[in-house]
Design a protein around this ligand. Structure first.
Ligand code: PAF
Length: 278
């Protein structure tokens, strides 16, 4: 496994990789939810590149950029063990050199949900992902369904900017009690960790109602809100029942719908989602 930092090193190492090349972009502090993305890339590609970069431009003021968990040594050991071919660890100066001025923005699909509570977040994501795409030139890029809106936004950007890249999406990996794996779960203290299962519980309750025939999106959203309200350590930022592609809120569920939410457990902001299949 090769590890590179500068663009020159990356271009040289990339040119030596057999195609097709798969890219897994990450912010590090890798867990099973990331490793499954890399296994997916290994299944479909001859070479796998992983980028690790805690992208400052996707964090808003007051968010956890400084405290975001990092453990590069552990990450590299996991990636080596997995048989990843190339790891790119750009510094902030490599990604955003002095006098940096160029941004990639996707309009409509970035507006609701995460976009409405984290202004500028997706501008940071699409800018860094397009820079990763331009530098690595992968054939396939793998993302996790955990960040459902990020998936929709990256797919839109890939279509709009004509990147010849296939976007593969891998299902959410959960703990035994349903909590979706996330690097931010490490912030949770013991009682909070227990309380955090309420996100999954609320999604499953909403799905159960859907399977029993409920099609009113408002009723589905209320089930999720009421379930979360039963947990004193949790407070809802938003719950949504939206069209899977446009992310617009639904009145009635008539096609694939995305249930999603952001919930604070203590100071930790957790997100989760579930797709309702017609
Ligand atoms: O999902 C993430 O970890 C990040 O948003 C990504 C895609 C690596 C861009 O910084």
């Amino acid at each position: 496994m090769k590890t590179v930092t500068t663009l020159e090193e990356l271009f040289q190492a990339r040119s030596e990789l057999p195609s097709p090349v798969g890219l897994v972009p990450t912010m590090g502090f890798l867990h099973e939810g990331h490793l499954i993305l890399m296994r997916q890339a290994k299944q479909t590609c001859a070479s796998v590149v992983v980028s690790i970069f805690v992208n400052p431009t996707q964090f808003g003021p007051g968010e956890d950029l400084e405290s975001y968990p990092r453990d590069i040594e552990h990450d590299l050991a996991l990636l080596e063990h997995l048989g990843v071919d190339l790891v790119w660890l750009p510094t902030p100066e490599v990604m955003y050199p002095p006098n940096y001025q160029t941004w990639v923005e996707v309009s409509d699909v970035t507006q609701p949900l995460e976009g409405s509570f984290r202004p500028g977040h997706f501008r940071g994501v699409t800018t860094v992902v397009s820079k990763l795409f331009n530098a690595v030139r992968p054939d396939v890029a793998v993302f996790g369904q955990k960040d459902a809106q990020q998936v929709a936004v990256v797919k839109q950007m890939t279509r709009d900017l004509s990147y010849p890249i296939k976007i593969d999406v891998v299902p959410i990996v959960r703990e035994g009690d349903g909590l979706a794996l996330s690097s931010r779960n490490t912030y949770l203290k013991k009682p909070q960790r227990k309380a955090a299962t309420v996100l999954y519980k609320s999604l499953r309750k909403a799905e159960a109602a859907y399977l029993e025939g409920e099609r009113r999106a408002d009723a589905i959203r209320r089930i999720m809100t009421d379930t979360i309200a039963e947990e004193p350590l949790a407070s809802v930022q938003y719950v949504s029942c939206a069209d899977l592609d446009t992310l617009q809120e639904l009145e009635m569920i008539t096609s694939k719908a995305l249930l999603s939410m952001a919930v604070y457990v203590g100071q930790t902001r957790l997100i989760d989602n579930w797709i309702l299949q017609p």
